[in-house]
Design a protein around this ligand. Structure first.
Ligand code: ATP
Length: 251
């Protein structure tokens, strides 16, 4: 479904590439993990796929999505794909809500802009999305600061699902949450993948967490993909010294 081929990303004014020739494939319906420490290039890959790298950045290679190279698409085509086909739960999503707008207003705005849904229809759809994310529909009337971190993360997932995307990019969706809340969010993503036939790319620094939900892991280090495989294989017989370090860090 998403095929990354020889991807290179360099930010404006930087000598080093943030991503240096990365290739991997995310099959339709899979739950795949992109794992690596902070600064290894994970978010750069996600942003390159969405055409959201800052001005002046250079991204070369190819990111094929349903037969189109996302790196060469014009802004209008990318805009049509974002939300409706490829949705993002951004890093720090919990803090990305505007404080003066209710959760419902956030969702209704996306529904209005991207699906031209308004009024009662938008309200009903927002309520349904919150319920899908295992939140009470009444959360729509609350302001972001009235929600717990876990509830905000669920609301961010509800928002990402607003236009029924087929691919969900979840960037560090459980960071800064306690372990019980983390497990709840992962359970939700797992259920959504199954029930809504979503394909999920989970981006995280947390190898054991990714191993607990993903069917395939890609390990990044310094802009390169250093190892790939099934979680069980990576955990029991890591081949790259960096993966070994990540595994040892668990013990
Ligand atoms: N806007 C930017 N301008 C310049 N350099 C950047 C920019 N964004 C990221 N970088 C650099 O690109 C490299 C990869 O960063 P990236 O955010 O993709 O890594 P990451 O693995 O997602 O880490 P994190 O989880 O901390 O975001 C880092 O060296 C980072 O400093």
């Amino acid at each position: 479904m998403l095929n990354v081929e020889g991807l290179r990303v360099r930010y404006a004014g930087q000598l080093h590439e943030a991503v240096s020739g990365v290739s991997f494939d995310v099959p339709r319906g899979a739950f795949v993990g992109l794992v690596g420490e902070s600064g290894s290039g994970k978010t750069s890959i996600v942003m390159a796929a969405l055409g959201l790298l800052p001005a002046g950045s250079a991204a070369t290679g190819a990111i094929d999505f349903e037969g189109q190279n996302l790196l060469t698409l014009d802004e209008e085509s990318l805009r049509r794909l974002r939300w409706k086909k490829i949705a993002l739960v951004p890093q720090g999503a919990q803090n990305s809500f505007t404080p003066v707008k209710t959760v419902g207003a956030h969702i209704e705005e996306v529904l209005r802009v991207h699906l031209r849904l308004r009024g009662e229809a938008a309200k009903a759809r927002a309520a349904a999305l919150l319920t899908e994310a295992e939140l009470d529909a009444a959360v729509a009337r609350r302001y972001p600061h009235e929600l717990s971190g876990g509830q905000k993360q669920r609301a961010a997932i509800a928002l990402a699902l607003a236009c029924e995307p087929s691919l969900l990019l979840a960037d560090e969706p459980t960071t800064a949450l306690d372990v019980v809340t983390q497990a709840g969010i992962l359970g939700l993503l797992r259920r959504l993948r199954r029930e809504k036939r979503l394909t999920v790319l989970l981006v995280t620094h947390d190898l054991p967490m990714a191993a607990s939900v993903c069917s395939q892991l890609f390990v990044m280090k310094d802009g390169r993909l250093v190892e790939r495989g099934a979680p069980q294989d990576l955990l029991t017989a890591p081949r790259h010294p960096y993966t070994l370090r990540l595994v040892r860090a668990i013990l």
